[in-house]
Every structure is written in C-alpha cells, then in structure tokens.
Write a protein that binds this ligand. Structure first.
Ligand code: NAD
Ligand code: DAU
Length: 336
C-alpha cells in the first residue's frame, strides 16, 4: 500500500490512528480527510508537525465529488473509515445527522472507492450494533445485530451496506467492531474524559442511573494496532470484533478516577438515566487474536494510569474544548 485515506482522522480514534500509522509505516502517504465537525480538532495532530507523508484535507464524506477528487489526487489505494457522528446522547437528541453521515456518508465512500478501484476498505464499527447483553455471555461476530440507539442503528446500517457491497460487487472490505475506547484526545463529552474534567474542577460527576451499566474498555492505541493487523492480514468480507476483555461498571470507573485524582466521592451525582441505556457490552475477541495474532499491549491498570496522567499534563487541550477556543483558532476551517 502506498496511499492511505483516513476519514475522520481529526477525531479521537482517527487522530491516534494517524499518529500511530505515520510512526509505524514511514513512506506510506496518509491523507486525513475530515469535515471538522464539533468532534474534529486539529489540535489532536499538532505534535505531528511537518511530515512529508501526511496531508490534511477538509471535506465531507457525504460529498461524492469531494471524495472522488481526493481519492484521485492522492491515488488512494486503501481507506480506513472512522468518520462518523459517534455520541449516543447526541443521537437521542437528534438522529438526522447520524443517518446522513454514518449511513449515507458510508455509501458515498463505498461507491467512490469502487469507482477508484481501492484495494482495501476498512470500515471501523462498534460493538453497540449488537445491542445489549444481560449479565452473561459476550458478543461474537455471529451475534445478530440488534442496535438500540439511533447511533447504533446508523452504525449497523453502515456495516450492512459495506457487507452488501462485498457480497454484490466483491468489494474488498472488512468490518471491525470494537468496544469502548479510552485514552488521549478523547472528546470530553464521553465518560472518562468528562469525569476527569469535572473532578479537576470540583464539579459534580454526572453518573447515569445507578452507575451499574457495564462497558468493555480498550486503550485507544491497542485499537489502532488491531486495525493495523486487520488491514495487513484480515480477510475481505469478514467481521472482526476487537476488545480488551476488560469489563467495568461505570460507577467503578468513576470511583477509580476520583481515587487517582485524590478527589472525594461526594462529587458523584446520580442523574436521570440515558433513555434506552444498554446494560452491558462485552466482546469476544478470540477471532482477531487467534487468526491475526493481535493482543492488547497494555492492561487496563496501565492504560488508565497513562490516561489520567495525559489529561493532567494536557489540561490546556481539554480546556480549549470546554471553552470552545479550539474552534476559534482554526476558525476558517471549522463548520459554522
Ligand atoms: P469522534 O466523534 O471523536 O470523531 C469523529 C470524526 O469524524 C471527527 O473528526 C469529525 O470531524 C469527523 N466527521 C464527522 N462527520 C464527518 C463527515 N460527514 N465527513 C468527514 N468527517 C466527518 O469519534 P471516535 O470516537 O474517534 O470514533 C471514530 C469511529 O470509531 C466512529 O466510526 C465510531 O463509530 C467508531 N468507534 C468508536 C468507539 C469509541 O469508543 N469511541 C468504539 C468503537 C468504534
Ligand atoms: O461501545 C463502543 C461505543 O462506546 C462507541 O461506539 C461510541 O462511539 C462511544 O461513544 C461509546 O459509547 P458509550 O455510550 O458506551 O460511551 P459514553 O462515554 O457516552 O458512555 C459510557 C457509559 O457511561 C455509558 O453507560 C453511559 C455512561 N455515562 C456517560 C456519560 C457521558 C454516564 O454515566 N454519565 C455521562 O455523563
């Protein structure tokens, strides 16, 4: 592969992936194609500096002309597709943009990639497409999709469009479904960075319901190494689950963060539950581990320690988001 198009590379996982990929694959040209919605932040990639292998292009995955132009200009031969609306609570408040970006945008990319004869298309999806588990069991790749939120439904639809293109047109695509990521550059609307930011300001930490919902946490860099393995050695038409085998109740994460930050548990504030809140996610990652030899590089204890340290050291990064200043700096580039 010579030229990789990364969609959504200015977001949380995408920016970690771009950084990881430039470090581990020198000589491969990486084009970061991102619309810069509220979730896209060029601060996430400032430390890359001048790198001849890296190009940023501002664009929308829903625009066929823009997507085709960037693929043509940069002679794209592979795509890693992260771009999406990603926050469940926002999808409950307004689903339309989730359908536009996650469903229609993915179809635009599929069509453009087929037209340009792209050799590899990696569609980055989520365990949320499987719905919710009870106390027992794990999601395998053959668990039927049963999405419960508008976000999850839009991701499930996009997965099915990718797999339909594989079946109908022998489109060379793979779908990955990963569990909850945490780590540097996560937008502070998501559980872990939000709780860190609230705790540091001695503000209440809003825990939904009783805090007993379970998520399966994976350090973001480990997601990136798994995606790399799938890109290199995965089989077209397959779905690969990715997860760190690390289930944790929300309340236990919140208490752990408070202990690490030396803040009192009295800051915990139980608030109204998320409508339709999925109880538990748990990933069976034996396929990606057995078939592709992938394994996480850090334990949850190591990952969360590094994450807390990162947010402490990079306070200006998340404060610029909280204040909205991150959109001021690159004013002419952000959508209004
Ligand atoms: P994010 O919200 O942090 O970033 C999304 C990025 O996509 C932003 O940079 C945004 O500007 C860009 N984008 C949005 N709409 C666009 C459009 N129309 N055209 C071009 N760019 C657009 O998301 P994230 O948490 O980094 O998630 C990335 C992907 O990984 C998503 O597809 C998500 O479903 C999936 N995923 C996330 C997690 C997780 O825990 N965060 C877990 C599994 C899978
Ligand atoms: O499972 C993968 C998914 O993980 C990704 O596909 C999504 O893009 C990503 O946003 C994430 O979804 P969740 O809904 O699991 O993540 P979130 O950080 O929003 O919430 C994690 C848990 O914490 C969930 O049970 C809801 C709860 N929560 C969340 C917030 C923001 C709270 O209790 N309080 C909060 O303020």
């Amino acid at each position: 592969m010579r030229s990789l198009l990364v969609t959504g590379g200015a977001g949380f996982i995408g920016s970690n992936f771009v950084r990881y990929y430039l470090e581990s694959h020198p000589g491969v040209r990486v084009v970061n194609y991102d619309k810069l919605t509220y979730a896209g932040n060029l601060d996430n990639l400032r430390d890359i500096g001048e790198n001849g292998d890296y190009t940023f292009v501002r664009g929308d995955i829903c625009s066929r002309d823009e997507v085709l132009a960037v693929m043509k200009k940069h002679e794209t031969d592979a795509v890693v597709h992260f771009a999406a609306e990603s926050h469940v609570d926002r999808s409950i408040s307004g689903a339309a943009v989730f359908v536009a970006t996650n469903v229609l945008g993915t179809q635009v990319l599929i069509d453009a990639a087929r037209e340009r004869n792209v050799e590899r298309f990696l569609h980055v999806s989520t365990d949320e497409v499987y719905g919710s588990l009870g106390r027992e069991g794990k999601f395998t790749e053959s668990t039927p999709v049963h999405p419960n939120s508008p976000y999850a439904a839009s991701k499930a639809a996009s997965d099915l469009l990718v797999l339909a293109a594989v079946h109908t047109f022998s489109f060379p695509a793979i779908v990955t479904r990963c569990s909850n990521n945490y780590g540097p550059y996560q937008f502070p609307e998501k559980l872990i960075p939000l709780m860190i930011a609230c705790a540091m300001d001695d503000r209440p930490l809003p825990v939904y319901g009783e805090g007993i919902n379970v998520r399966d946490w994976l350090y973001v860099r480990d997601h990136c190494t798994a995606l790399d393995a799938v890109m290199e050695r995965g089989r077209n038409g397959e779905v690969y689950n990715i997860g760190g085998n690390n289930e944790c109740r929300n309340i236990d994460i919140v208490r752990l963060l408070l202990r690490k930050l030396r803040k009192p548990e009295s800051l915990i504030s139980y608030v109204k539950d998320r409508p339709g809140h999925d109880l538990r996610y748990a990933i069976d990652a034996s396929k990606v581990m057995g078939e592709l030899g992938w394994a996480p590089g850090v334990t949850f204890e190591q990952g969360i320690e590094q994450t807390v340290e990162w947010y402490l050291k990079h306070e200006p990064w998340w404060r610029r988001i909280m204040s909205g200043a991150y959109r001021e700096y690159y004013k002419d580039m952000y959508e209004t």
